[in-house]
Design a protein around this ligand. Structure first.
Ligand code: SAM
Length: 384
């Protein structure tokens, strides 16, 4: 395998994709795993992709050489893709390694084309909100200290595009809960209107009047018609009854996420993208001494993380019970932010009963999860 590792190290600048396939017998690895270079104007980074339970899982890799050395021995074939060239290393069952080079490879040419489309926001793109948010400088260059943010933005668009690139209607209506300074709101508007050519209606809710006023001013100054920001407490105010195709939340604090999800479920919104944060609710009252989870509740930090995971796991179960297919995705690398789980949901079926085991868990461990009770109350009132 040394020849493979050396060739990868030597040609790393040109290689844009590596695919490992044909797992060795007796290994517990996916049938195929790829390592892809994501190229933006400010540089490149690598990410892996594998499929589990029909879901694509992607992860940023900081040390591609180390990754390859670790994973390649588990597979019998490794393909390196360079522009117009595909190099295949294959190990026979007897351990003999062969190297094949296919110049003018069509697969490789197609990959090159796909690669060019990977980074949605490129240096030079006239996205004025990126300048105002400091991601770009005034002349539309990436502000170097904001490179991580630039990566996040592209990652968000990648996940959005994955699910919604074929959205069939000419107009899309979006609701953002806890929009804050609205970098996401502007980004999503930009994606659908500029990159996808749709008519876009976006409504952003936030508690802070000054922030909302500034966002309205910015939208107006860019000529982003169809964008509107409203001061509202999403946990108690009456919210819009317009048609909504997509609900988004990015770090809407604690239970504000539950109110957003409940709104979306109640109104059968087809798509939900939610990156939760500050999941404090369960942490406040969950108790030890009930058995199974004790190991994960014994220290403050464990308890905090376990509670956050339980909160999101409850949300996923509830969404699924209401007829949504949910992907749980790593939004950004954990090293960049611990608030990195995205719940991406698509309505696929009819709502069913809330899972009884969630109520049992609550009772046993002494906590209360807001979304479960919002849904329960709604079910009771509407008799559904
Ligand atoms: C951490 S910020 C995230 C802002 C924005 N989504 C972003 O990612 O840049 C959370 C925002 O949620 C808002 N928020 C929290 N609870 C809310 C509620 N009950 N109703 C409306 N907005 C709320 C806060 O005012 C704050 O601006």
């Amino acid at each position: 395998m040394d020849a493979l590792f050396n060739e990868f190290a030597r040609k790393r600048e040109e290689i844009f994709r590596v695919i490992l396939s044909l797992p060795e017998k007796g290994t517990d690895v996916p049938g195929k795993i790829s390592l892809e270079k994501v190229t933006g104007a400010a540089g490149a980074y690598w990410q892996t992709e594998k499929t589990e339970n029909n879901k694509a899982l992607r992860k940023t890799v900081d040390d591609p050489d180390g990754f390859l050395k670790e994973i390649a021995p588990l597979y019998r074939q490794c393909d390196l893709f360079l522009p117009g060239v595909q190099i295949t290393y294959r190990r026979s069952k007897k351990g003999k390694i062969t190297r094949l080079e296919n110049k003018g490879s069509r697969a490789s040419a197609k990959e090159t084309h796909n690669r060019e489309k990977t980074a949605f926001i490129q240096e030079g793109d006239r996205a004025p909100f990126l300048v105002d948010l400091g991601v770009f400088t005034k002349d539309y260059k990436i502000a170097r200290p904001m490179y991580d943010k630039y990566r996040q933005i592209n990652r968000y668009l990648e996940l959005l595009d994955d699910a919604l690139k074929d959205f069939p209607e000419e107009e899309i209506s979006i609701l953002d809960f806890g929009c804050g300074k609205s970098y996401l709101t502007f980004l999503v508007y930009y994606y659908f209107s500029v990159l996808r050519g749709k008519r876009v209606k976006v409504l952003g809710y936030d508690l802070k009047a000054d922030v909302v006023a500034r966002c309205n001013d910015l939208a107006k100054s860019y000529g982003y018609h169809g964008m509107e920001f409203v001061v509202a407490d999403v946990s108690r105010d009456v919210l819009t009854d317009r048609r909504v195709d997509l609900v988004i939340t990015l770090h809407a604090c604690d239970t504000a996420t539950d109110f957003a999800l409940h709104y979306a479920l109640k109104r059968r919104v087809p798509y939900i993208f939610s990156v939760p944060c500050c999941q404090h609710e369960i942490n406040r009252t969950i108790r030890e001494g009930q058995g199974d989870l004790d190991l994960l509740l014994g220290h403050g930090l464990f308890k905090e993380r376990t509670s956050a995971l339980i909160t999101d796991a409850f949300r996923v179960k509830i969404l699924e019970s209401r007829g949504y297919r949910v992907d749980v995705l790593e939004f950004v690398d954990f090293a960049h932010s611990p608030k990195n789980v995205m719940l991406r949901a698509k309505k696929t079926g009819k709502p069913k009963e809330l899972p009884r085991e969630l109520f049992e868990l609550e009772e046993r461990y002494g906590f209360r999860q807001t979304l479960l009770h919002l849904e329960e109350e709604y079910e009771r009132k509407s008799g559904s």
